[in-house]
Design a protein around this ligand. Structure first.
Ligand SMILES: [Zn+2]
Length: 274
């Protein structure tokens, strides 16, 4: 089961999130038939997205992260919402690695305009890129240790730990946070050994207060539906839709996030326009 614990530690000056997303990554592997590198990269991004979705406040909140590699490298994109429904895709041409390029984050909390942040990619380590994003774009000191272990085509462990310093964090608590983060350099191995529950017990005993700890359950889930796709194709207009039906037999729409094909025959289109 996927888990995201959220709590405050060190005099309530540091927000702590502990993630276990092994099933989420395995669902992505199954949906897209990912190779090892792609599973590591997409799995890391899905885990980041689960963390960021857990920070959303509005019911209509949503977040997406898009990585565009340089040159021949491809694109990876993940999205999540306040229900912790997370999905994503990665295109195969990049061999699953991030080398140069940019990361764009769109955070829509349902109020006013969405927040859009971007940064250059440092390398192919998802944690490092996310830390740099928080530092440069949101200007929140954030330590991210996220990892994905893949063995024989399956994810054996994914998840990690994220700490954010709240404004006015005392120096001694900054030091404590920094020191504790050292334990998670190989985040996926720690998740594999302890799980999210075990991490709280083993590394934060006496530090985490149960009454201010929330447990959320991220899952790999796409928000697409035939109804939604109808809304996407309708603006094309009757003439165009019927023309596509005539030329190609039907109107086909593919959802990259869950690898689902939707098709609309001439009869479907005529029903829809009515
Ligand atoms: Zn879908």
């Amino acid at each position: 089961m996927n888990k995201l614990y959220k709590t405050l530690i060190y005099d309530n000056e540091v927000s702590l999130s502990v993630l276990e997303t092994t099933d989420l990554v395995n669902d992505a592997i199954k949906t897209h038939g990912l190779d090892e590198n792609s599973a590591k990269t997409l799995g890391g991004l899905l885990t980041c997205c689960a963390y960021m979705s857990g920070c959303l406040k509005s019911e209509r909140g949503a977040v997406s992260l898009t990585v565009k590699g340089d040159g021949a490298a491809g694109t990876a994109s993940v999205s999540g919402d306040i229900n912790l429904h997370i999905r994503g895709y990665i295109d195969g041409t990049c061999g699953g690695r991030l080398k140069g390029g940019s990361l764009t984050v769109i955070k829509d909390d349902g109020f006013f305009r969405p927040f859009v942040g971007a940064c250059e990619l440092l390398g192919d380590d998802v944690s490092e890129n996310l830390m740099q994003y928080f530092d440069k774009s949101e200007q929140i000191p954030t330590a991210v240790a996220i990892g994905v272990n893949i063995k024989d085509g399956k994810c054996t462990a994914a998840g990690g730990v994220v700490m954010q310093l709240l404004p006015g964090t005392k120096e001694e608590n900054m030091d404590k946070a920094e020191q504790r983060m050292q334990a998670f350099v190989n985040a996926a191995d720690v998740v594999e050994k302890y799980g999210a529950d075990g991490i709280l017990k083993e590394f934060f005993q006496g530090v985490v207060k149960e009454e201010q700890t929330y447990l959320l359950f991220p899952e790999y889930k796409c928000n697409c539906s035939r109804k939604k796709i109808e809304g996407v194709i309708l603006p094309l207009g009757k003439a165009e839709l019927l023309k596509i039906c005539k030329e190609e037999g039907c109107v086909k729409v593919h959802c990259h996030y869950c690898n689902t094909d939707y098709s609309f025959t001439q009869k479907d289109v005529e029903e829809l326009i009515k």
